[in-house]
Design a protein around this ligand. Sequence first.
Ligand SMILES: NC(=O)c1ccc[n+]([C@@H]2O[C@H](COP(=O)([O-])OP(=O)(O)OC[C@H]3O[C@@H](n4cnc5c(N)ncnc54)[C@H](O)[C@@H]3O)[C@@H](O)[C@H]2O)c1
Length: 281
Amino acid sequence: MYNLLKGKKGIIFGALNDKSLAWKVAERAYEEGAEFILTNTPVSMRLGEIDALAKACNTKVIAADATNVEDLENLLKQTMEHFGGKIDFILHSVAMSMNVRKNRTYDDVDYGFFMKTLDISAISFHKLLQSCKKIDAINDWGSIVALSYVAAQRTLYGYNDMADAKSMLESIARSFGYIYGREKKIRVNTVSQSPTLTTAGSGVKGVEGLMDFTERMSPLGNATADEFADYCITLFSDLTRKVTMQNLFHDGGFSSMGMSLNAMSMYNKSLENPIPDDILR
Ligand SMILES: NC(=O)c1ccc[n+]([C@@H]2O[C@H](COP(=O)([O-])OP(=O)(O)OC[C@H]3O[C@@H](n4cnc5c(N)ncnc54)[C@H](O)[C@@H]3O)[C@@H](O)[C@H]2O)c1
């Protein structure tokens, strides 16, 4: 360990169980000397295992729905009270689509669900940033990271309205990052992570086939949750103080590939078994 986060204080959103990307970040941040508050919705706190993580990281959980500004303000104020001052980093690892959950395809979305997807998975990030700025919760040179996916730039089968949410999320990181950087020297970035088998990740249609494809397409292979945590620690550390307003691909090179030798040989084999009509959407 490198003590990269010694003396730093933060908030980590979105640890549901030990598969969660946020869970891995919490474990690594703790190892690197950070102190932080964990947060999730009351329902996820009941259904998940966040209390065990809090115990392991010698901290506590404060409930907040990331779409509710009052909850966010309360979380920030309680966290500042707990630490006796401002904080240095936040991980926003929050997303949900009812259209994905209910198997509503992109040409048959429920618009109520669609609005909820955008609110939970993108606008919540704006709500968080705006609340932080109004309360002046973050120290100069602090770092805020949200989780994105390459479906923001390229169409991937089955990702549905989450693709729109991720595009918006990345845009919010740039737009708010400009203001927060200019006025407070605070960094705002998104990390675009490889597909990973978490609770949210497993909800994406055909995720295991997708992961096999991205593994074959990426020169370095898929990035794991543990590797994501390592990368995230560098973004919270002082070693990346001039990185802001970026969408940073952490995907083994997938996003820059067109076709790899490995994927091409699988594709050639698959031509012998054509895709059935009913999954051609
Ligand atoms: N797993 C992947 O393949 C993958 C790839 C790229 C990006 N991501 C992103 O990573 C982030 C974390 O997802 P994960 O894969 O660790 O899955 P996960 O299911 O473990 O985490 C999602 C979290 O969002 C929380 N959440 C949902 N609604 C909320 C709300 N209203 N307020 C606060 N929290 C809420 C859930 O309780 C859960 O803890 C998401 O933004 C996801 O889109 C995941």
